[in-house]
Design a protein around this ligand. Structure first.
Ligand SMILES: NC(=O)c1ccc[n+]([C@@H]2O[C@H](COP(=O)([O-])OP(=O)(O)OC[C@H]3O[C@@H](n4cnc5c(N)ncnc54)[C@H](OP(=O)(O)O)[C@@H]3O)[C@@H](O)[C@H]2O)c1
Length: 252
C-alpha cells in the first residue's frame, strides 16, 4: 500500500494524449466510466452529465479522439443526447495519418431496436453509425434502423462483449471505446472483453435520486492494475489495464 501525492499529476498540467495512449499493434477495447462516490452513474435527472465536470469532459474528449468507434448501449442513447462527433481539423489530420476515418463511428447495441433515430448521432454523423442487434430482431425494426445506420445482426445466444467486439473488428473497427451504460458494461466485463478501464470518480454523492450502478454483476475474470491517476478539483481519473495478457487470437 502507498500514499499517492495529491499534487503530483494534476490533469491540467498533463499531456492527455500521452496519458491515454492506444496500442499501435493490436485491437483494443477501452471502457470509459464515470461514477459518483457511492457508485452512481447519473444524477437526479438520469443523466451522467450532471455528475460530470468540464475537466471530465476534456478527459473523455481525449479518450475518444483517436478511437475507431464509440460503443454505447440502447438505454444510454434513449436517455442521453448523443453525438454527432465533429473532430477539429487538426484531429482529422492526425486521424488520417494513423489511417483512421475522419471521426469515430457510433455503435449502438440494442436487442429490441427501440432507438431515437431522429437523434443527432444518427442524423448528423459524418461516419455512418452501426447498430448491433440480435438476428431475431423484428424485420420492420431492422428496416427502420437500416435507414440511418448499418445493421450488424448477431446470434442472440451468446451476444456478449467478445462477440460484439469480434464483429466490429471484422468491420475494421479495432480501437473501441465502450461508454456504457451499466447494462452494456455488464455484457463486456462479464465476457472478459475489456483491455482498459478509464474510470472517473466524481466527488458527489447523489444516491437518493441518482441512477445506481448495476448490482450483482459477475467480476471480470481478468483483474486490472492501476497505470495512471490524475486529479483535478477532487475528481480522480484512474486508468487501469487488464492483468491477464489478451489472447493473441483476439488481436488479429
Ligand atoms: N456514468 C457513466 O459513465 C454512464 C455512462 C453511460 C450511461 N450512463 C447512464 O446509465 C443509464 C442507462 O443505463 P442502462 O443500463 O439502461 O444503459 P445501457 O447499458 O446503455 O443500455 C442497456 C440496453 O443496451 C442493450 N444491450 C446491452 N447489452 C446488450 C447485449 N449484450 N445484447 C443486446 N443488447 C444489449 C439493451 O437494449 P434494448 O433494450 O434496446 O434491447 C439493453 O436494454 C442512464 O441513466 C445513463 O445516463 C452513465
Amino acid at each position: 500500500m502507498r500514499t499517492l501525492p495529491l499534487d503530483s499529476a494534476a490533469v491540467t498540467a498533463v499531456d492527455l494524449s500521452a496519458a491515454y495512449p492506444w496500442p499501435v499493434d493490436r485491437a483494443w477495447t477501452r471502457v470509459a466510466m464515470l461514477r459518483s462516490l457511492d457508485g452512481g452513474v447519473a444524477g437526479a435527472d438520469g443523466r451522467s452529465r450532471s455528475i460530470s465536470s468540464d475537466t471530465d469532459r476534456v478527459v473523455l474528449h481525449e479518450i475518444r479522439r483517436l478511437a475507431d468507434a464509440i460503443v454505447v448501449g440502447a438505454g444510454t442513447v434513449r436517455e442521453e443526447p448523443y453525438g454527432p462527433m465533429r473532430p477539429d481539423a487538426e484531429t482529422v489530420a492526425e486521424r488520417a495519418r494513423l489511417g483512421l476515418a475522419a471521426a469515430p463511428a457510433f455503435v449502438v447495441v440494442s436487442a429490441n431496436l427501440d432507438l431515437p433515430y431522429d437523434a443527432p448521432m444518427f442524423t448528423g454523423s459524418g461516419v455512418r453509425p452501426v447498430v448491433v442487434t440480435a438476428d431475431d430482431a423484428p424485420a420492420g425494426a431492422v428496416d427502420r434502423a437500416r435507414e440511418v445506420a448499418d445493421v450488424v445482426a448477431l446470434p442472440r445466444t451468446g451476444l456478449g462483449g467478445r462477440v460484439i467486439t469480434a464483429a466490429l473488428h471484422d468491420r475494421g473497427l479495432r480501437r473501441l471505446l465502450c461508454e456504457g451504460g451499466p447494462g452494456l458494461l455488464h455484457s463486456f466485463t462479464s465476457d472478459d472483453a475489456v483491455d482498459e478501464l478509464d474510470l472517473t470518480i466524481a466527488p458527489v454523492m447523489p444516491t437518493s435520486h441518482g441512477v445506481p450502478a448495476r448490482g450483482n454483476a459477475p467480476l471480470s475474470p481478468s483483474g486490472f492494475r492501476l497505470v495512471g491517476l490524475l486529479e483535478h478539483e477532487s475528481f480522480l481519473f484512474a486508468r487501469y489495464l487488464r492483468l491477464t495478457p489478451p489472447n493473441p487470437e483476439d488481436s488479429a
